[in-house]
Design a binder for this molecule. Structure first.
Ligand SMILES: Cc1cc2nc3c(=O)[nH]c(=O)nc-3n(C[C@H](O)[C@H](O)[C@H](O)COP(=O)(O)OP(=O)(O)OC[C@H]3O[C@@H](n4cnc5c(N)ncnc54)[C@H](O)[C@@H]3O)c2cc1C
Length: 394
């Protein structure tokens, strides 16, 4: 039986998230976007208020103090936050996604140690960040080829019971504002990349860890993106998530849901652009009638609406799949990321076209939506690379 109706609890969550987005995020989104210093764009107070509402702990199981919500709740929340500001939504997304990774792959002890302090935090300082992408390339990290020289360059050298990590990550979200960080590093450089990466988690104040450059980006400006630097960072087996050399299997635990989280944010940004363009098309009169009455514009709006609805259905289908784990009829992993990612670019470009010169000016947020939406086919793995892996399963 297929039921498209949200439950009462889901409607309540949507309502809380919508009001938070409207009252807390929207009023400061343009100012943060226009701030030219990337060190001053982080919405600290908004993040703190989101922590008070428990957004950061949505996917942390109740037994560790979290909310223990479903993947569909996660999608609903992220769509609403992204309508107001993608950078802010992304800060919560990364935190929720990596908390899910820990809860799915960590031991009881690790979950207690890492998840409970995050779940109980109301100061907003316990976000999570994760570094996979390196200067050699975010796509290089996923290299499936047998040559051990290719792939992840950050190295966790075994020394007795310890691992000494050296290397550098780039573009990582929540850089400098998280309390807990994770990384993907090679634990054996003689084996192929796919068999020799491991996932580690460690607190922000771990000796040997530092944050480098904070990036100055074209969009998602309220999200802090920057370098993670590891210089003889000493970790132990207790810091490792999953098996040694099984880093990709560990990350696979959130493959579907992380992609869906990105897809739901793409739906949010596209929805914001569509709603603005629709309103404009009803009001703007050319040759004596609203431009929305012209078939060319009306058709564009219908296509945009259909694109958004299809993407949301994909997201919710994968949310269902994440809850009802069954490989039967399972969608290709990341379909709910790659399609909405491209959809958000299409819809925001069309929204600007409908608004003409006004859309190109900073008086309206449509140009921000477009700049923000450009990130979707890049973030969380380039669409071309994700499609390559998807095509191998066809
Ligand atoms: C705002 C933002 C936030 C981010 N947050 C994080 C984060 O929190 N953590 C993190 O680890 N990373 C993060 N990233 C990095 C992101 O995951 C990478 O940018 C992405 O994986 C692409 O890597 P790259 O930029 O090095 O591009 P490259 O790997 O250099 O690829 C460049 C282009 O080459 C093409 N390409 C590459 N390989 C192939 C292939 N095999 N087949 C076909 N085409 C190919 C694609 O078009 C690709 O876009 C973030 C990036 C941005 C912009």
């Amino acid at each position: 039986m297929i039921d498209f109706e949200l439950s009462e609890e889901q409607k309540q969550l949507q309502d809380v998230a919508r009001r938070f987005a409207e009252n807390e995020i929207k009023p400061i989104a343009a100012a943060l976007d226009n701030e030219t210093d990337p060190h001053k764009t982080y919405p600290k107070e908004v993040i703190k208020k989101g922590f008070e509402l428990g957004f950061h702990s949505l996917l942390i199981p109740e037994k560790y103090g979290g909310i223990g919500a479903t993947p569909l709740d996660y999608a609903i929340l992220l769509e609403e936050l992204a309508v107001a500001d993608l950078g802010t939504a992304n800060a919560f997304h990364v935190c929720m996604s990596i908390s899910e990774l820990i809860s799915k792959t960590g031991t009881e002890e690790q979950c207690e140690r890492w998840l409970r302090p995050i779940a109980e935090d109301e100061t907003g300082t316990q976000l999570i960040g994760f570094g996979a992408t390196e200067p050699a390339g975010g796509s290089e990290i996923f290299c499936p080829l047998p040559d051990p020289k290719l792939g992840t360059r950050s190295h966790a050298r075994k020394e007795g019971d310890d691992y000494v990590v050296n290397g550098r990550k780039v573009y990582s979200s929540n850089a400098g504002v998280a309390g807990l960080y994770g990384c993907l590093a090679r634990t054996d450089t003689t084996k192929p990349n796919a068999e020799s990466c491991s996932v580690f988690m460690f607190p922000a104040d771990t000796p040997g860890f530092s944050i480098g450059t904070i990036e100055n980006k074209m969009g998602t400006r309220s999200s802090m993106n920057g370098e993670h630097i590891y210089e003889d960072m000493r970790l132990t087996k207790d810091n490792m998530l999953g098996e040694e050399g099984g880093g990709f299997a560990t990350l696979n635990a959130i493959y579907d849901s992380n992609g869906m989280g990105l897809g739901s944010q793409a739906v949010g940004v596209a929805r914001a652009a569509y709603e603005m363009a629709l309103e404009y098309a009803k009001e703007r009169e050319i040759w004596g009638q609203a431009i929305g009455k012209y078939q060319a514009v009306g058709n564009m709006l219908v296509d945009m609406k259909a694109d958004i609805e299809m993407s949301r259905l994909l997201v919710r289908r994968v949310a269902w799949q994440c809850t009802n784990e069954s490989s039967e009829g399972a969608l290709l992993p990341n379909l709910a990321k790659v399609y909405p990612a491209e959809m958000a670019r299409r819809v925001t470009v069309n929204a600007m076209q409908i608004m003409g010169g006004a859309g190109y000016m900073k008086d309206y947020p449509v140009e921000k939506y477009l700049r923000d939406a450009m990130v979707f086919p890049i973030i969380g793995g380039a669409n071309e690379v994700l499609k390559y892996f998807m095509s191998q399963r066809l």
